[in-house]
Ligand binder design. Structure first.
Ligand SMILES: *[C@@H]1O[C@H](CO)[C@@H](O)[C@H](O)[C@H]1NC(C)=O
Ligand SMILES: *[C@@H]1O[C@H](CO)[C@@H](O)[C@H](O)[C@H]1NC(C)=O
Ligand SMILES: *[C@@H]1O[C@H](CO)[C@@H](O)[C@H](O)[C@H]1NC(C)=O
Ligand SMILES: *[C@@H]1O[C@H](CO)[C@@H](O)[C@H](O)[C@H]1NC(C)=O
Ligand SMILES: *[C@@H]1O[C@H](CO)[C@@H](O)[C@H](O)[C@H]1NC(C)=O
Ligand SMILES: *[C@@H]1O[C@H](CO)[C@@H](O)[C@H](O)[C@H]1NC(C)=O
Ligand SMILES: *[C@@H]1O[C@H](CO)[C@@H](O)[C@H](O)[C@H]1NC(C)=O
Ligand SMILES: *[C@@H]1O[C@H](CO)[C@@H](O)[C@H](O)[C@H]1NC(C)=O
Ligand SMILES: *[C@@H]1O[C@H](CO)[C@@H](O)[C@H](O)[C@H]1NC(C)=O
Ligand SMILES: [Cu+2]
Length: 565
């Protein structure tokens, strides 16, 4: 609720100021280690306030909140408010060395989080090294009081946060594969609300359980906080009705399973419509891993839906029923779901034209390694790129360099087209294509430019799906397909009427996807694959959106204290 609406005009300015300040909410996040036991082993993990998953934030559409993050751990940390547009406020967006220097151990930073159009489920997560594996939590944005949702109000809302768990310390997992040049070791479990579920050893006691009552309706606030895998999710004998995705309403879509990529969120309603008291049903998630030649964590995480009888739970020993989930390589099933999502609200800007087109490959690559001694294919070091540029993280943040005109930190010439045209999705591509260039190249956009960006997946090293995420915006997903993008034919099939409006889009394996956004948010905005290993390898770029002419079209001034490098 905005202050001005509830403060009667007769109030004097001072009263209004004090009253409004009191309405702004302040939270404290203490990043610190805590001991957790999973899969029969105890280890220390990095947490917020000792919680895993971290504390959920509940806000209303249009709120502004402050979260003071204290780093009481051993590692550098930053927090990103994933899907929150932060109009004109890149200062609090979070990715390290993009919009800020990390908060070093012992230091703190007060994030100002400005909500605008978002409604539904979003999330926050660490955006430094691999600490987001355990440093993450849900953000639930309710409509403003008195504003109804476009669906009947459910009886209860339930956060469902998917995670990925390694028995090894996750910072060591990172160090290990960066040192070896190979792929990271597979995780040992997926989790639902921090728990692997009873298909894993030593995990039945903690298994997430949801007690439901016949006839009631539940909304699942789903977040995929896993590091490296897209997931299929379903509940046995209960269909799911999607009503929102990535903090925007969708047209209602009822399915037996959903697909959710790292970085994506879904709001799904189900009705407790199974009559048998005491019956139990598994909710389950496992990987949708499109690249057949790559290994992946092939385990299944579960939670249990259990029916009470008139509020009180009937204890039963009936084994729960597992839901049907598509096979790990069922790309058809995945895109059947993803391609059916539709935006509910009217378009924010007309989609009949655009000013700038960017066609970018997204590739896995290799660098040669001395004596072929690395753990990548043929002794190489694995890498990743966009338009053949493997993003190198600078040592001071790009936002600071841009704002204070510090030279030599980034190059403003990210290419609009691939440097070479080849059969992007072909078999047996020549080896010379494999090696990218290392650079910190960004794309500079004039204020209000309407951008079409086409991501072209390639078959270099291994074709697979890439969930591409853009900070500071949602974008319309106007088209997608398999094979090479055809700039003459494919635009004829675009959906310019009700395309999904998301912040993370899955580029199909050996395929392409086209998005449109309008550069209405001045600032510095990271774009990257949300598979964490690909981010580490450099499948990233940055957009700098220039200020407009008016003060209200310009970046806000920096906060008084930004962390220093
Ligand atoms: C659950 O659904 C399966 C089919 O998917 C059906 O065979 C089974 O009878 C159902 N069980 C209950 C308890 O409704
Ligand atoms: C995944 O695990 C199941 C059994 O748990 C096995 O049948 C299947 O072959 C495995 N698939 C892959 C691709 O590893
Ligand atoms: C639920 O319990 C209440 C009080 O115990 C009772 O009045 C009511 O009839 C019960 N409803 C059903 C559907 O059994
Ligand atoms: C998925 O993998 C199995 C082997 O694990 C194979 O039999 C099947 O054909 C594959 N399906 C698709 C759609 O590629
Ligand atoms: C690379 O190989 C050469 C010859 O086989 C050997 O002399 C050299 O020590 C090796 N270098 C490393 C870093 O292993
Ligand atoms: C590894 O070497 C073989 C034989 O030269 C080649 O066919 C293959 O493409 C290479 N793979 C990579 C990723 O370099
Ligand atoms: C590109 O490679 C794919 C896969 O091998 C093949 O089906 C397609 O015909 C090739 N396209 C061109 C233009 O060569
Ligand atoms: C990427 O750039 C490198 C260095 O210029 C070049 O050798 C390689 O062929 C390029 N690959 C692609 C796919 O453009
Ligand atoms: C933490 O951040 C500081 C400032 O950028 C940097 O100098 C230092 O190397 C970082 N530490 C680690 C372990 O990355
Ligand atoms: Cu991301």
């Amino acid at each position: 609720m905005s202050c001005s609406k509830i403060v009667p005009l007769i109030f004097i300015a001072l009263v209004k100021f004090v009253f409004c300040e009191a309405l702004l909410r302040h939270y404290e996040f203490f990043v610190k280690e805590a001991s957790y036991t999973r899969l029969c082993e105890t280890k220390n993990i990095l947490t917020v306030n000792g919680q895993f998953p971290g504390p959920p934030l509940y806000v209303h559409k249009g709120d502004t909140i402050y979260v003071k993050v204290h780093n009481n751990g051993r590692y550098n940390i930053t927090i990103h408010w994933h899907g929150v547009k932060q109009p004109r406020n890149p200062w609090s967006d979070g990715p390290e060395y993009v919009t800020q220097c990390p908060i070093q151990p012992g230091d703190s930073f007060n994030y100002k989080i400005i909500f605008s159009m978002e409604v539904g489920t979003l999330w926050w997560h660490a955006h430094s090294d691999w600490s987001r594996a355990t440093v993450h939590g849900a953000i639930v944005v309710h409509p403003q009081p008195g504003t109804p949702s476009p669906y009947p109000e459910p009886d209860q809302e339930v956060p469902i946060i998917f995670g990925e768990w390694w028995k090894m310390d996750v910072m060591e997992v990172l160090q290990e594969f960066v040192a070896s040049g190979g792929a990271p070791r597979d995780s040992d479990a997926y989790t639902i609300n921090g728990q692997p579920g009873d298909l894993y050893p030593c995990s039945s006691q903690g298994t997430f359980k949801l007690n439901v009552e016949y006839g009631k309706r539940y909304i699942l606030r789903m977040v995929n906080a896993a590091m490296n895998e897209i997931l299929f999710f379903a509940i046995a004998n209960h269909s799911l009705t999607v009503v929102g995705a990535d903090g925007m309403y969708t047209k209602q879509l009822t399915k037996e399973y959903v697909v959710i990529a790292p970085g994506q969120t879904l709001d799904c309603i189900f009705e407790a419509n199974q009559v048998r008291p005491g019956s139990r049903y598994y909710m389950a998630a496992r990987a949708y891993a499109s690249a057949s030649q790559l290994s992946f964590d092939n385990t299944t995480t579960t939670g249990i839906l259990q029916y009470g009888s008139n509020g009180s739970l009937v204890i039963t020993t009936t084994p729960p029923i597992l839901p049907y989930l598509p096979d790990y390589n069922d790309t058809t099933a995945a895109f059947n779901f993803l391609g059916s999502l539709r935006n509910l609200d009217s378009l924010l800007f007309p989609l009949d034209a655009y000013d700038l087109k960017i066609y970018s490959t997204v590739s896995i690559n290799t660098f040669p390694c001395r004596n072929d001694s690395c753990a990548g294919p043929n002794g190489t070091r694995l890498a990743a790129s966009m338009n053949n540029i493997s993003y190198e993280s600078p040592s001071v943040d790009i936002l600071r360099a841009y704002y204070y005109h510090i030279n030599g930190v980034f190059n403003p010439h990210f290419p609009d087209v691939p440097p070479l045209y080849y059969n992007f999705t072909g078999d047996n591509l020549p080896l010379y294509l494999l090696t990218p260039k290392k650079a910190t190249k960004v794309k500079v956009l004039e204020y209000l430019t309407k951008v079409e960006m086409v991501f072209q997946g390639t078959s270099l090293v291994a074709g697979l799906d890439h969930p591409m995420h853009l900070h500071g915006f949602n974008f319309y997903i106007v088209g997608w397909g398999f094979g090479n993008y055809d700039e003459k034919k494919d635009p004829l099939n675009y959906n310019l009427v009700d395309p999904p409006f998301r912040n993370t889009v899955i580029v199909p394996i050996n395929g392409w996807v086209a998005i449109r956004f309008r550069a209405s948010n001045p600032g510095v905005w990271f774009m990257h694959c949300h598979l964490e290993r690909h981010l580490t390898w450099g499948m990233n770029t940055v957009f700098i959106v220039k200020n407009g002419k008016q003060p209200q079209e310009s970046m806000l001034p920096p906060p008084v204290h930004m962390p220093r490098c």
